[in-house]
Design a protein around this ligand. Structure first.
Ligand code: GTP
Ligand code: GTP
Ligand code: MG
Ligand code: MG
Ligand code: ZN
Ligand code: ZN
Lengths: 205, 205
């Protein structure tokens, strides 16, 4: 599809730009309310003293997520797509046009809340993390094989709620393994902090 | 956009077909795991003795939702879109091609788990219901104004979890009212049954 081809080219340009500035870029996607922003907040709290972080927030509307993360002492940029259901590489490039990238060594990009469309659009990040939540029920991995195949890591969030929801985390991990036996999976609570330091180790941050 | 225009035509044809057979069609959309299927199951349990129900399930992959609803004594059809992030009117028409519509007076269509794209594609249903969940956090209404504007009803699901999540339901209802002062809002638990009979009354079922 031509849209995807053009995006791949734009993503490569982004990747070159990030490499030139020595920046590690992480693209974080997941459905509405799975905890993408809370995860980024948790990571920024632990990293902002030893890394220079920029966070790019993508949503159809509002500055809510950029504002939330900005309160943790990191710089932020908000992209409002209006109608687009996913960030693409061009939008990210445009958002960074007036930014002095030499100021940062880590960029977190929070994609639009959507488990499908963002999987098809590379942003030129080093890693694409898919955040799922135990509150979504047990079938989201089986129902989204393409998304899981294109992920570099799956984060199972809100594990602090698993017991009360009678959620079978092991079954979900097994579903991920069926799609990709070697995919990195992290079980975390962005609220309590459980699993976050192991996740950061795995990201090399 | 031409895609939308062509879809509107297909949706009108669907609407005519449903009207010809005297069928009430309800399009149920919402993000991943908000409880669309559980809501349909709860409604079918209460309706299947006095209505002849068909349920159409839409997902990129699996028959999970059609199988779940089918166990409640209603007929089902599963649409697997493969890559498409929303159902459109043509897909629904094709799915119904071999179905004897004279057998039914109610059709529930469960859209793909996605709070954005399905809002732009009418299926020719009488009503488009948007199901949000208290587990998604407090911002999903503010972030998706177009979706809310295009809805005929908002169902706030999983209210049985609101207390433990310290979720402010009134604030969410207020957010809906800011987009559309007259939009029908129902607070329900598809698990406990709270609010379901009122919802059915409101749907005229
Ligand atoms: N219990 C619990 N709640 C969490 C956790 N992570 C996030 N939440 C809550 O889940 C809700 C959604 O979290 P967000 O961080 O806004 O999720 P998001 O994926 O960024 O949402 P969108 O960007 O709007 O799609 C909020 O009420 C959070 O407080 C967690 O690990 N445990
Ligand atoms: N506590 C509680 N859990 C619910 C409620 N409704 C649904 N659930 C649970 O939430 C999870 C997701 O429910 P589903 O009915 O599969 O949601 P869905 O919107 O159909 O999911 P997809 O079709 O996969 O997008 C399941 O584990 C359900 O048991 C509710 O009212 N209360
Ligand atoms: Mg967010
Ligand atoms: Mg479902
Ligand atoms: Zn899309
Ligand atoms: Zn779409």
């Amino acid at each position: 599809q031509d849209l995807f081809g053009a995006n791949e080219d734009a993503a490569s340009l982004n990747a070159d730009l990030f490499k030139k500035h020595g920046i590690t870029v992480i693209d974080i996607m997941g459905s509405v309310g799975t905890g993408k922003t809370q995860l980024i907040e948790a990571m920024c709290e632990r990293l902002h003293e030893r890394h220079r972080i920029l966070m790019i927030a993508g949503d159809l509307a509002t500055n809510i997520d950029a504002d939330r993360v900005g309160s943790h002492g990191v710089d932020t940029v908000q992209i409002n797509t209006g109608t687009a259901c996913h960030l693409d590489a061009r939008m990210v490039r445009v958002a960074l046009a007036d930014i002095d990238l030499s100021k940062y060594d880590v960029v977190f990009i929070e994609n639009v809340g959507n488990l499908i469309c963002p999987a098809g659009y590379s942003l030129g990040a080093a890693k694409k993390i898919v955040v799922v939540s135990v509150t979504e029920g047990p079938y989201m991995i089986q129902k989204h094989p393409l998304t899981i195949k294109r992920a570099d890591m799956v984060v199972i969030n809100k594990i602090d709620l698993a017991e009360i929801l009678e959620f079978d985390i092991d079954a979900l991990v097994k579903d991920v393994r069926e799609v990709d036996a070697n995919l990195s999976v992290h079980k975390v609570s962005s609220k309590t902090g459980m699993g976050i330091s192991e996740l950061l180790d795995s990201l090399g941050l």
